[in-house]
Design a protein around this ligand. Sequence first.
Ligand code: NAD
Length: 415
Amino acid sequence: MATAESLRHVLTQFEVAAERLGLDAGLRRRLLACERALIVSVPTVRDDGQLQVFTGYRVQHNNTLGPAKGGVRYHPDVTLDSMTALAMLMTWKCALMGLPYGGAKGGIACDPRTMSRRELERMTRRYTTEIFLIIGPDMDIPAPDMGTDEQIMAWMMDTYSMQRGVTVPGVVTGKPLLLGGSLGRREATGRGVYYVAVEAAKVLGVTLEGARVAIQGFGNVGRTVAQQLKQEGCRIVAVTGSRGGRFQADGLDLDRLLDYVAGGARLEECPIGDRITNAELFGLPCEILVPAAIGGQVNEANADRIRARILVEGANAPTTLEADAILRERGVLVIPDILANAGGVTVSYFEWVQDLQFYFWSEREINLRLREIMSQAFQRVQAAAEQHAVDLRTAALILSVQRVAQGHRLRGLYP
Ligand code: NAD
């Protein structure tokens, strides 16, 4: 989704919720404004000795309910607008899940695939130093996002800790386990998607045993969702990556598919089932469709072909505003991103809590707590949807905006 489009999307969603809540104009202005946005230059020496200056951002949308929380993205499309839109989404997501956080997002406009590990390390350390003043475990806690990973979080944690003179694991989440990461963090988003899919299936009376599932995106989120739903008895009929994927009507052999991909094969070329394009995936007859790749994939071009009963948004903003209206009209139950993919930030919260206490939980405990939080959030959203006679996305936004608005009212306006 283009940058300006993603911002329009988030702002339109906010206005719908604000209207329903009858928020006054002043409060709306406060909730729309970003509390802080830092643009930094990130000079980095490339391996060939050339100096390149990248542009980095850290946007804190709202800190009313606690320190800001949000990912760091390394991607050529990173701009102030896209970071602002994603920071605002994080505010709503954390509020919806009842986490004591505000929302933030940051990143660098760069193409990490063209950079060596040494270059990435130099760039990450300089970026962390540039945003040092506004991050910290009680201020703003970054996490991985597109183009960043555990290693980059380890460099951020180390850079911050060196500047502070003490080791501060709670400054970032999504770290390696050895440095204060949490068990279950890597699979958390996919697990959360699976937990809400189970809840949605109950609502519609869909039996999971034998249910057909199609998934776009076979990365961290898509793979975990596929594995979890398969364990539940579902048939994973199709999975795709950026160049298409594989389809098998009676269910793909996931273990073999994962083995091929782990062995370096391209997903669409694995000799299991038949080849399928992304466009074809969206038209498949299935009970559950999970877009878990990038934004804007469910759009006017395919929304009227979607034959799923439940669409669970694993990705952030995978459905355009226009497609959302079409799906609503056609009776597809859409579980919105701020609910469906909130498992990641929820276990990030667990990681931060464990870091602050220097006491670590078992994976079983983490998964049980995650399931409870996801299921309860789903039920709150479902109840709000019934109460206000709206779709789940609007209901989720009503609950989150209401929570942040109430926080503002209670805190008042300083000075
Ligand atoms: P990933 O990089 O591990 O996997 C992304 C997948 O999407 C890959 O299979 C890739 O081939 C596919 N893809 C990329 N471009 C595509 C295109 N144009 N068409 C079809 N497929 C395409 O990423 P991930 O961590 O699995 O994240 C997936 C989505 O979930 C993203 O939108 C991300 O913002 C969102 N999300 C992730 C987390 C998390 O904890 N990982 C948390 C919240 C939201």
